[in-house]
Design a protein around this ligand. Sequence first.
Ligand code: SF4
Ligand code: SF4
Length: 70
Amino acid sequence: MSGKVTFDSDRCKGCELCTTVCPKHIVLIDKSRINRKGYHPAAVQDMDQCIACASCARICPDSVITVEKF
Ligand code: SF4
Ligand code: SF4
């Protein structure tokens, strides 16, 4: 199973919860970007590794993350 993960980045508050639950360790805080709220947003660095488990989406308190399976 592969996944495509998208972030509503401007709603991310950089809490890092999603980075702690990914079994593939591919969700990171992107320090090179700053969103509209002034936070470094979370992002996936190697989408090919995603197994579409949706753990990141489930834990996000702000429903920033959408995971599509294919
Ligand atoms: S869906 Fe699972 S494997 Fe993919 S980025 Fe989120 S936590 Fe990681
Ligand atoms: S859990 Fe949600 S709000 Fe927190 S860093 Fe991840 S995407 Fe951003």
